[in-house]
Every structure is written in structure tokens, then in C-alpha cells.
Design a protein around this ligand. Structure first.
Ligand code: GLN
Length: 454
């Protein structure tokens, strides 16, 4: 099988299903075919080849790609062609993967359903009337629909794990600092991480391997060696200690979701692991804390979209201030504006102590909850989401219900630890996700547990 075959296969599948699924915003067909040809000409043994040699990959549209349109699914970046590559793109290039195109998302990664895209609504391949999750909904849907075997997403509060759960694929949010954020359009800089979305755990480990590592262009990337994740897939979970937070399987969690987690725990028990119920006492403050902090950071990060430097500019401004106002009013969608207003309010003098500062303090308590558990246990296991995929339109006019969906994923970002979602049964024909959370920089153990199910 040649790289050209693989790339053909990818575009053929896109030709068959994309009209229905609508996962891609931009295709890069000419370049991908050219790259395939070049790779096919390359001689040498496997050892001379990159670890993702010839693998088709889709990229979330908030990761900048040199010369390839990068919109963040926002009108404000509708015509934006970056002049440089994100570090993960350089690394994928070194790994010899082939970029197939850019994937739909909630505008600036704000959302849980991909309905906040300014351009199109991606459908869940399992049920076209349902959302694929978000904000990396295009990435998860493209993998689930067989359009690409590999995709990159980003996760600030669950945006890799929740769509992976809704679409029945594998998605990992790495430890904060594991993967460079250089070239990831910032939403909430202290929470954002790029991570892999794939069909199985092994592929996921390969993709993380390719994109991880310290980067001089990102001061928050960690100066730590990257372990061999693929070697960690031993299937051996004997003696492993698992914590199951009662907040994750208690009230508000759908019965089938709870059952699926309990049966996954039985599997791990049969392989020699043990589990106990624990508590994450501050997780009930997770949503409030996250939405204050993430919106505050977003309000500051999105100040750069001013109509001057790049992207959309209004056509009917009378002076500079008017130009800023109109550009932003016309360019940003509803949800993005809501977050900018919320964040600006939380950071304004007089309110800072009551909101932003308080939220930072609670974040520290949430982080401590995790540290306490990880003193005694190797991993935390629970569901990824309280319910399976909801219907398109069902929650979009009710931001609080939409935010509440993230309850099981956002504390992981606040603590900075790694978390994966793997497929774990079905509810009413829709896939459910099992979430496995690990210690800082211990993706290997997370993968090892995840792999035990394959
Ligand atoms: N749903 C969350 C939000 O809207 C998480 C988004 C994300 O992880 N990018 O903020």
C-alpha cells in the first residue's frame, strides 16, 4: 500500500460522506497529493521513516497552518492565511504525516456542540440529527466517519474528550505543558492543550509521541523528556489503584452512563486492578470557576482581533474606535461576545477580588483535590459526559445547560492533569465515553489503562 493509496482513500471517503457530516472547513487536496507522491518516492527502511509516515491527518482550524486557511470557525478570520506553522505542524511534518484539511469547531473553541461555528454545523456520524460534541466536533466526527484516521483537537475544558465520547473515538488531553501551544490560537492560555483524536489507543499514543516535547517558542511547554508512549501499551494493569469519584457516578448522571462505568471497572478488576470510591469535594465549583477564568483569559486574548492586523475589517467605519467596535461587532458570533463581556466584567476593577481572584483560589483547591487522590491512587476513572450526544438545537439557546455538560471534564484542565476518553458502550444506540485521568506527565499510565480495553 502506498501513501498515495492512503491519501486517495481519505479523499474518496470525504467525497462519499462529507456532504452529510460536514466536518471539514478547508481541504488541502493538491498539496496532500503532492506530498504523498514525494513520500512514495522516498526509499529506505522503516527506521528512516517518520513515525507517522504517510498517515492522513485532519487539523482543528484553530491550529495555524502556513499558507493554509485558518479561521477558528470565525467570520473574523474568514480569509486568514497564516505565514507560519504551529509547532505541532512542524512536528507532524517531521513525522511525515499528510495534512488532509482543516476541521470545523465552535468559534474560537467556545462551545460543546460545534453549533457555534460561523460556517456550518457538523453532524454526529452515529445520528445525523445529533451534535458531534465540541469544540473539536469536526475532528471527532471526521475520525468517526472514517474520513481521516488521525486528527488534532484542542481541549480547554473538555473539547477533545467530550466530542471523542459523543462520536465513539479516542481523544486525549495531555498534561498542560506536554505539547507546545505555539501556533494554537489562544482561548484560555492557562488551560489550552492540543491533543490527538484517533480510532484507537495505539494510534493515539503514536500521534502524541509525534507532537510532544519542550519548545523554545512556548515558555509554558515543559522541559521534560518524552517517554515512549507506545511501549507503555503493555495491557498490564495488575496491582493498579483506581479512584472513582462519587461525584462522577452519583446524582445527575444518567443510569446507563453509570452502568457503563461500573462494567468497565469490572473489566479492570478482572485484570488485577482494584478500585475505591473517593471524593473530589470542590468539583461542584468547577463550572463556575472555569467559566470565570476561561472567559477572563479569552477577553484578553481576543483583544488582538481589532481589524487592523489581520482578518476581517468592517467597511463602514468613520474613525478608529468606530472601526474596532464595528469590526468586532460584525466579526464575532454570539457566544464569543458573551464570553468577552463576562471576562471583561470579571476582570474589571471593583469586581476583580470578588470574581477572578476568588476563582483562582478555588482553582487551587480543585488542583489540591486531585493531588490528594493521586497520593494514593494511580488513575481516576469515571464517565466523560453526563449523557450521550444531544440533538442539534436542543441546548443552543440555553448557555447554562450547555456549560453544565462540561462538568466531568473541566476540572481536569483546571488541575492541568492528563485525561483520555475511550469508547465505553452505548446508550440508545449512541456511544458513551470512559474518562481516565492521570498524574501530571503520566500519560503512559493513562494509555496503559485505556489499552487494557482493546
Ligand atoms: N465547552 C467548553 C467551553 O465552551 C470547553 C471548550 C474547550 O475545551 N475548548 O468553554
Amino acid at each position: 500500500i502506498t501513501v498515495t493509496d492512503l491519501v486517495n482513500e481519505s479523499y474518496q471517503r470525504i467525497g462519499e460522506v462529507e456532504e452529510k457530516v460536514q466536518a471539514f472547513l478547508t481541504l488541502d487536496e493538491e498539496n496532500a497529493r503532492q506530498k504523498a507522491k514525494e513520500l512514495d518516492k522516498k526509499l529506505g527502511t522503516d527506521e528512516d521513516k517518520g513515525i507517522l509516515f504517510g498517515m492522513p491527518i485532519g487539523i482543528k482550524d484553530n491550529i495555524v497552518t502556513k499558507g493554509l486557511r485558518t479561521t477558528c470557525a470565525s467570520k473574523i478570520l474568514e480569509n486568514f492565511d497564516p505565514i507560519y506553522d504551529a509547532t505541532v505542524m512542524t512536528k507532524l511534518h517531521d513525522a511525515e504525516a499528510v495534512t488532509i484539511g482543516k476541521l470545523n469547531m465552535d468559534e474560537f473553541a467556545m462551545g460543546s456542540s460545534t453549533e457555534n461555528s460561523s460556517f456550518q454545523k457538523t453532524k454526529n456520524p452515529w445520528d445525523l440529527e445529533r451534535v458531534p460534541g465540541g469544540s473539536s466536533g469536526g475532528s471527532a466526527a471526521a475520525v468517526a466517519a472514517g474520513e481521516v484516521p488521525f486528527a488534532l483537537g484542542s481541549d480547554t475544558g473538555g473539547s477533545i474528550r467530550q466530542p471523542a465520547a459523543f462520536c465513539g473515538v479516542v481523544g486525549l488531553k495531555p498534561t498542560y505543558g506536554r505539547v507546545s501551544r505555539f501556533g494554537l490560537v489562544a482561548f484560555a492560555s492557562s488551560l489550552d492543550q492540543i491533543g490527538p483524536i484517533t480510532r484507537n489507543v495505539e494510534d493515539n499514543a503514536y500521534l502524541l509521541q509525534a507532537i510532544s516535547g519542550v519548545d523554545p517558542m512556548d515558555g509554558t511547554s515543559a522541559q521534560l523528556d518524552v517517554p515512549n508512549y507506545v511501549q507503555a501499551l503493555t495491557g498490564d494493569v495488575k496491582g493498579l489503584k483506581i479512584a472513582v469519584p462519587k461525584e462522577y457516578i452519583g446524582e445527575g448522571v444518567n443510569e446507563e452512563v453509570r452502568e457503563s462505568v461500573l462494567s468497565a471497572l469490572k473489566v479492570l478488576e478482572s485484570l488485577g486492578a482494584t478500585w475505591e470510591e473517593v471524593s473530589l469535594p470542590h468539583s461542584k465549583y468547577g463550572i463556575a470557576t472555569y467559566y470565570l477564568l476561561a472567559s477572563s483569559e479569552a477577553s484578553s486574548n481576543l483583544a488582538r482581533f481589532d481589524g487592523i492586523r489581520y482578518g476581517y475589517r468592517t467597511e463602514n467605519a468613520t474613525n478608529l474606535i468606530d472601526l474596532y467596535k464595528k469590526t468586532r461587532a460584525e466579526g464575532f458570533g454570539e457566544e464569543v461576545k458573551r464570553r468577552i463581556m463576562l471576562g471583561t466584567f470579571a476582570l474589571s476593577s471593583g469586581y476583580y477580588d470578588a470574581y477572578y481572584k476568588k476563582a483562582q483560589q478555588v482553582r487551587t483547591l480543585i488542583k489540591k483535590d486531585f493531588e490528594d487522590i493521586f497520593e494514593k491512587y494511580d488513575v481516576i476513572v469515571g464517565p466523560t459526559t453526563p449523557t450521550p450526544a444531544f440533538k442539534i438545537g436542543e441546548n443552543i439557546n440555553d448557555p447554562l445547560t450547555m456549560y453544565a455538560n462540561d462538568i466531568l471534564t473541566i476540572t481536569v484542565n483546571l488541575a492541568g492533569v492528563p485525561g483520555i476518553s475511550i469508547p465505553c458502550g452505548f446508550s440508545g444506540g449512541l456511544p458513551l465515553g470512559l474518562q481516565i485521568i492521570g498524574k501530571h506527565f503520566d500519560e503512559s499510565t493513562v494509555y496503559r489503562v485505556a489499552h487494557a480495553f482493546e
